[in-house]
Design a protein. Structure first.
Length: 109
């Protein structure tokens, strides 16, 4: 078994927790959130998604986290892409995990 490399604990797979991302000139992309902590989240993105051509590691962007129970993170946050990982070795198939670090909560005024 591989040692855990994360600094903070993550919540297990969440039910109906989503992330919405809107990039300039692009449609709104919505993804399932696989795990989450106070400092980051994992977005499950199909390998066929056009979104993958629009992002790269170290890119910053705004993400709206949607939690059906109102748990954090919930709302609009500035995040930084930390990794893009193939999940074929796990229970997920044909998807990538986009690991994002939560930098700050953004105001929506």
């Amino acid at each position: 078994m591989e040692n855990e490399k994360r600094i903070e604990p993550r919540s297990p797979i969440l039910r109906n927790h989503r992330a919405e991302i809107k990039l300039v000139g692009e449609p709104i992309y919505q993804f399932k959130v696989a795990d989450v902590s106070d400092q980051g989240a994992g977005l499950v993105v199909p390998k066929t998604s056009a979104f993958l051509k629009l992002i790269e590691v170290d890119q910053e962007m705004g993400v709206t986290f949607i939690s059906p129970r109102g748990s954090e993170p919930n709302g609009v946050y500035k995040v930084k892409v930390r990794h893009i990982t193939d999940l074929d070795h796990s229970r997920y198939k044909d998807v990538l995990l986009i690991g994002v670090r939560i930098l700050e909560r953004m105001t929506t005024e």
